[in-house]
Ligand binder design. Sequence first.
Ligand code: G3I
Length: 370
Amino acid sequence: MRNIFLLFFAYLPLVMCSQKPDNLKDKFANYFLIGATINQEDYQIIDKDNKVLKIVSEDFNSVTPENSMKWMHSHPEYSKFTFSNAQKITDFAKENDMFLLGHTLVWHNQVPEYVSDIKDKIKFDLHIKNHIFQLVTRFKGKVDMWDVVNEALNDDGTLRETVFLDMMGESYIEKAFQYANDFDPNVELAYNDYNLYKPNKRAGAIRIINSLKEKGIRIDAVGIQAHWDLHFPSIKEIEQTIIDLAETGVDVMITELDITVIPNPYELAGIAREEFKKFEGDKKWDPYQAGIPDNVQKKLTKRYRDIFELFVKHHDKISRVTFWGTTDKYTWRNQNPINNRADYPLLFDREYNKKPAYYELLDIDLSEKN
Ligand code: G3I
């Protein structure tokens, strides 16, 4: 009996080594961080849905607050800062020893109206500086990386018309990075954008990165948002995007991954946000209220495998892969731009179960890729 015991313990390390990881963070531990978002307020999570927090702590080692560090939530009035939700997410991330991404310091969206009312350019610049100061110092030592500037580019690679460009000129980007660096020289600094698979937009991002570097202003990483669908962008386009961005010398990250399976209302592009209301409940735009069909589930599963095999191939360039959400129940896709649709872009379903795509990722063969 004693011998059997000894044998068991002698072989235990081997048995343990050959065990397959049963969660995402262990599966990709030698490759990149695996992240998810945590939201707040009426349709999620902190204080309200422990099941989601359980998923995040079991499967992920990086977290991004989906909304609560954004301007409208963290700095709702000229001289008022509200950090309670952001602080809860920060505490959760630190209790679980997770990488925490600060999202985001300068973005044209979700900015309260009072910001556009600041008409004096010097005051405006000081206000931006103070905004960055308050967030960066408040979360110093807790946030590991800031998305300093988010979505500054149009699809043609030119700078987007925003209140920041209007009031501060093109230098608003370098000032934002400089301020963030001044207030916390140890936190990593990133530029983040979508549609970087489009060559002109990608060239714009590369110009931003190179121009910061030429001026001696620190930038550590670039985020590819990755709000993709079952077909676009192609694996080839994604690969080229990773390669081109990595050539700038900064870390590449996949920051907001989700794969929509329902029609993208691009035909309606240009119509006002309120007008999308009339399409609510229209089956053409919301075909899978009753559940995701098997053939679509299969396509989603394969798409996730293809994408992750590519990430693994380029893991030397990629430091983090973050999903934009956790379960299909709470994805922003259900509400944007048409409310109350049923989309299925993530790895956990509405009942918090792991989807076939989740198991497909655990099944990827990493043996030759180490
Ligand atoms: O805060 C109000 C709340 O008071 C109100 O009761 C509720 C009514 O619907 O709305 C709440 O605001 C919502 C907000 O999320 C919550 O913070 C907005 O309607 C809603 O539009 C907003 O959507 C967020 C969106 O950014 C805003 O542009 C999504 O949750 C969030 O996932 C999304 O995230 C962005 C990234 O930050 C940047 N990249 C694109 C990505 C997807 O759009």
